[in-house]
Design a protein around this ligand. Structure first.
Ligand code: RFL
Length: 391
């Protein structure tokens, strides 16, 4: 079997890439370890930047998102017992769209497999990449139905298999520079069966730890609570979670949070990594496979889409016209935005966690950063631009 492109992983990166290739009539095969039902229900991100939404729209991939996603214009910081609204849309002319990741994945799978006729295999096992430094790379996997080993030859392999995939591990040892940054902080990531308690995202900077409130849908809200890294989610009973959220997100004039059953409770150790370069021979990494951004600034899914746009357009030009200019520049172009977002995430992490660090000097500088956002129009603009991502 031969496909011009084999895509490993059916997340936002892999599926967007597949859709771009199919729109140009390039044949491709997507390989995914999970089932279709599983990826269509896996809750993760939900914040999309306007340029990413427009990129999907231009490629015919945003119909449901634009019909059902919520448009957000502002966010709210709560600190020292007070609420501070920050209106970023008027400063940038750009918005955030709230659309749960599993809804986007559902739309992308349907469009790719059912509308654009793309090939996809779910539930594959033991995916391995071969001969990446040749012009005829291949991918092998175990078929879940027959249990037989399959080999697919390709011109190009796209590694879109996320943080725990096999593609990054297929780079020869010592070939790429992999830099890591550990924030030394944990977040208890929660999903509550409760309507949002505010009309926008809320960031709570509190001496007991950061807390965040992010709408996902009219019925479900995501919350975050700073906790020690490696903490056991079982230490966080339903009662403790809500007491802590009410305390950390409480502020003068703010209504109490609407409580509800917790349907997800997991501890994320905040860390990031970047792989440079993002390609090796005929293997191109995209999304979390190439770079992880701790969910501090809600950037990961946006970066995955950015990669898919760049790589998709570059592959179409390469495979239909033989022009490799886009592919040659892919890693460099992607990494410019990746590093920009890494830097902003570090900056924002200090804002979130300085007050609770136990270090009065860090708490003082954090509060100065926050006050500056509301006192200086130039600082406000700069923040808004990074928060929304430059178009
Ligand atoms: P994905 O979504 O992880 O998809 C990779 C796919 O590859 C499959 N896979 C394999 N397939 C074949 N062979 C193998 N060997 C494979 N190994 C794995 C997996 O099953 C999966 O289907 O990567 P992609 O496409 O790069 O997309 C990245 C985003 O998913 C990620 O950056 C975001 O979810 C990060 N993130 C957030 N990003 C935002 O932009 N805004 C947010 O608000 C936001 N919140 C979050 C987040 C991530 C979170 N977690 C748990 C990781 C909140 C959370 C809690």
């Amino acid at each position: 079997q031969h496909f011009p492109v084999v895509i490993v992983g059916a997340g936002p990166a892999g599926l967007t890439l597949g859709n771009i290739l199919r729109a140009a009539s390039v044949d491709c095969l997507v390989l995914e370890t999970e089932s279709r039902a599983f990826i269509e229900q896996r809750p993760r991100a939900g914040v999309l930047e306007e340029w990413a939404v427009r990129g999907l729209e231009q490629r015919g991939l945003a119909e449901n998102l634009l019909a059902r996603g919520q448009v957000h214009h502002e966010c709210e910081f709560r600190f020292a017992g007070e609420r501070h609204r920050f209106e970023y849309a008027s400063l940038t002319g750009q918005h955030h769209f709230i659309y749960p990741q599993q809804f986007l994945v559902t739309d992308l799978v349907r469009e790719y497999a059912d509308v654009r006729g793309g090939a996809i295999r779910f539930g594959v096992r033991d995916v391995e990449l071969h001969d990446l430094d040749s012009e005829r790379p291949s991918v092998s996997y175990t078929d879940p139905g027959s249990g037989l080993r399959q080999v697919v030859r390709a011109d190009v392999v796209a590694g879109c298999d996320g943080a725990r995939g096999v593609s990054r591990a297929a780079l020869p040892p010592g070939y790429a520079r992999i830099s890591r940054y550990d924030y030394g902080i944990g977040w208890l990531a929660l999903l509550a069966e409760a309507p949002p308690s505010n009309d926008c995202v809320v960031f709570g900077m509190h001496p007991r730890g950061f807390a965040g409130h992010m709408a996902r849908s009219p019925e479900v809200t995501r919350y975050y609570l700073e906790c020690p890294p490696g903490d056991d989610p079982e230490n966080w009973s339903q009662d403790r979670v809500w007491a802590e959220l009410q305390e950390r997100l409480g502020a003068a004039g703010a209504p109490r949070l609407t409580e509800g059953r917790l349907i997800e409770k997991r501890v994320l150790d905040m860390h990031s990594y970047v792989v440079e370069p993002m390609s090796y021979g005929r293997l191109f990494l995209a999304g979390d496979a190439a770079h992880l951004t701790a969910p501090i600034a809600a950037k990961g899914m946006n970066l995955a889409l950015h990669d898919a746009f760049l790589l998709g357009d570059a592959l179409v030009t390469f495979l239909t016209k033989g022009d490799s200019t886009g592919l040659d520049g892919y890693s460099r172009t992607s990494l410019a935005r990746v590093w920009d977002y890494q830097e902003f995430s570090q900056w924002l992490s200090e804002v979130y966690h300085g007050v609770s660090s136990g270090d009065p000097h860090r708490a003082g500088t954090t509060q100065a950063r926050l006050r500056r956002l509301f006192a200086s129009p130039a600082a406000a603009r700069a923040f808004a631009e990074s928060y929304l991502g430059r178009a």
